[in-house]
Design a protein. Structure first.
Length: 256
């Protein structure tokens, strides 16, 4: 074999080895791409994880829809408490329940510089609704202790305002107050008013005709009594309804 032939053979082998090395490098660079495609395919085939439960209720309700609904009624017996002995008996009955609805009413002022204190404290249980006329009997220690009892959940809306006004009558620490505005948000409801939240859940309209009436009148009218009772009972009913849903929001997120 001549030197020229040997040189050509070596060059051929060298080129072959270089080609193999190049092919090997190409394969090595292609493998990650293939692995990435497989990983993307695997992810697509995986079932999608639902991070939030499907909401069962609409987030809002239009005024026109609200006005078309039938009027809501409070179906439980109503008790107007006007003396301290009645109050003592009512509180004992209320304490038998683990969850209650609460609300307050204050006489509206139409004169600048004049402010009235809380006139009425409404407490609803699943079986009854009690209206304590605080302007007549005062905000007793027994009532304050009831609102401080952490074993009893108190359900309401805009509770910070109620607590602030009641504290002007007698200092107390609110125990286990559940704010519906926070709680309903966890179920997809974005309305902030009790009337609209109740309408979304129960397809009924709460009348607000007596809201600005005189809550320190000598005798409360039947319309006033029903209006006040319904506010407390509606708050309780909303909570009990939401608590039955398959994906409830934890109550501690809504504590005052």
């Amino acid at each position: 074999m001549t030197k020229t032939t040997q040189t050509t053979t070596k060059r051929t082998k060298s080129t072959s080895k270089s080609s193999k090395r190049g092919s090997s490098k190409a394969q090595r660079t292609e493998r990650p791409e293939g692995a990435e495609i497989k990983e993307q395919k695997r992810r697509k085939e995986q079932p999608k994880v639902q991070l939030h439960p499907p909401y069962l209720y609409p987030s809002h309700i239009l005024e026109s829809e609200l006005e078309a609904l039938p009027l809501a009624k409070c179906p439980v017996p109503l008790h107007v408490i006007t003396d301290k002995e009645e109050a003592r008996k009512a509180i004992a009955k209320i304490r038998r329940h683990e969850v209650i609805g609460i609300d307050t009413e204050t006489r509206p002022s139409f004169t600048q510089g004049i402010r009235y204190e809380v006139s009425l404290l409404q407490i609803a249980t699943p079986t009854d609704c009690y209206l304590f006329r605080l302007n007549l009997i005062g905000f007793s220690v027994a009532l304050a202790n009831l609102l401080s009892d952490e074993k009893i959940l108190k359900i309401g809306l805009s509770l910070s305002d109620d607590v602030r006004c009641l504290r002007r009558l007698r200092p107390f620490e609110p125990g286990s107050f559940v704010e519906l505005q926070k709680l309903c948000f966890g179920y997809g409801i974005r309305e902030l008013g009790l009337q609209k939240i109740y309408a979304i859940l129960f397809k009924e309209r709460m009348s607000k005709a007596s809201r600005m009436s005189n809550w320190e009148a000598k005798e409360l009218s039947p319309a006033q009594i029903h209006y006040a009772a319904l506010d407390a009972w509606a708050a309780l009913r909303i909570f009990l309804e939401l608590r039955q849903q398959p994906n409830p929001s934890p109550v501690y997120f809504a504590l005052l």
